[in-house]
Design a protein around this ligand. Sequence first.
Ligand SMILES: Cc1cc2nc3c(=O)[nH]c(=O)nc-3n(C[C@H](O)[C@H](O)[C@H](O)COP(=O)(O)O)c2cc1C
Ligand code: SF4
Length: 576
Amino acid sequence: MSLAPLTPVTDATLKSRADFEDFQDRARTRWDELWSGDTTVLSVSVGSCSVAKGALDVLAACRAIGGRTVVREVSCDGACWMEPWVEVKRPGEPAVVYAHIEPDDVRALVAGTLSNRAVGVRGDRPYGAIPPLAEHPFFKHQQRIVLANTGVIEPTSIKDAVARGAYSAYLKVLFDVSAEEAIAEVTAANLRGRGGAGFPAGIKWESGRRARVTPKFVVCNSHEGEPNVYKDRRIHEGDPHRILEGILIACIVCGAERGYNYIGGEYPLAIARFRQAVADAERLGLIGRNVLGSGKDVFFRVRTGGGAYICGEGSSLMYSIMGVRGQPRTKPPRSVEEGIWKRPTIANNTETLANVPDIINKGGAWFAGIGTERSKGTKLMTVQGSLVTMGLVEVPMGTTLRTLVDEIWGGMRPGHTFKGVQTGGVSAGALKEEHLDLPVDFDSLTDVGGMLGSGGFVVFDQHVCAVDFARYLTAFNRYESCSKCVPCRLGNPALVEILDRIRFGRGSLADLALIQRTSKHIVELSLCGLGQVAPMPLLGMIKEFEAEFRAHIVDGVCPAGVCPIGAAAPALVAAD
Ligand SMILES: Cc1cc2nc3c(=O)[nH]c(=O)nc-3n(C[C@H](O)[C@H](O)[C@H](O)COP(=O)(O)O)c2cc1C
Ligand code: SF4
């Protein structure tokens, strides 16, 4: 079934604001017709998580159905636990989402005889025995700004994106509001950086706008090299135009002539979908000279990383973009004074920039009305562990850890008992049961040794050994150290070596003091953020699970039964 009856939307270059508004009108009409027509619309979730579970075969099976069906390739909406899911919208009925679909299920799915796999119906009313999806605990607590279109639009369709509001905020900064007014909204929103440090974006943008040296650049940091974080990847896979719009807005209001997006090279689907978004925006005339006749020029480049975690650190990332080895440098000068090619560069995380279009459209006060006193808006959070409904969620800042773990992520799977939650990716300590009622925001977890960081959590159970887990986290930082400065280059391998002694049952109580002393040196003397926080997961694990460390050392047992105590230690333990 072709889409021929739908209103045609031009692919030609748009030369003016009126051209764009005509495109927008047609895209919206086409979108409405899609959902109100007499065809069955099948939307298949294709993201990096569902591809691993066979989503491409499901997509092919849907396409093979033919007849009066329209098949759309959307992305995972965060509910990895439902993958592969398919949304079915039959004429005159609301759209229903079905979980765990295999290619052989597709005929029954279209025939409407697969009701036991229906998870929920779109909208706020039940449909027969099927409850609204929005009432499912995984979705109930979520408030979606950044993820509003993820799993809804086809990420490779600029028409879908525009129909759902993409580039309307860009239009405003091109024609209606001044740079000062736009930055005032970002400042009023108190949008703090989502890359880990929580620095206010409005202050950074104002410094960027005031910088006199030209040309200036904007960089979107989409490197995301931590092992347990996947939020930025999913925004790229689900709604690449939102990121691109945020970057283009930053370019216009800061007076930057070129935007960059630096994406982790391990993310092929994210890269492909983002490149397609850039190509489509360029073809339509949203990037280039004299955009839509506004008199403003903006250009764009996509760059990909080679797999080194350190290339997510701001200054390393900029060297990497320039084709130089990615290693941090001392600051000042800050990158907003001297960044790429020694020119002022405004760098922000993907999620930070993806919030911007809605802030421009709805106002800073609207955004500041969500969240807590000092942490405004929503936050994307990802999780790993033995949980029932794992995935990516977007919740208002201040949602408690308990709501996240027990309700949104569905609690522990049968046979698994909650032991702790590792916070802040590889940069902070673990928290225990007594901390679960803390609100998750930029500040509350820090007081007890945790950290929001970029929003990646690992929930671990009784089968995980605190020493072994600490070794994994410390070893990650040790392998990812760029080796530029001595405390980090030599201190982290030393910590791994001590932990291996303990894991093999050869540790002594003096090792606990040695860990504290070595960590102090690494934290205080390292050049960049990697070294400055590298020992934190280990120190946090000792703080919360000291008895377990002592059991290895004093009693010669690993209570979780994980460590090779008593086994012959390999010759070169620390260099494995
Ligand atoms: C070792 C290391 C890795 C980092 N990786 C990332 C990353 O992958 N993405 C990111 O946005 N910020 C990362 N950061 C933080 C950036 O240096 C920078 O603070 C951030 O991109 C600024 O954007 P924001 O203000 O919007 O958060 C990393 C920092 C360090 C020290
Ligand atoms: S702290 Fe580590 S990662 Fe950072 S510059 Fe020094 S050696 Fe490199």
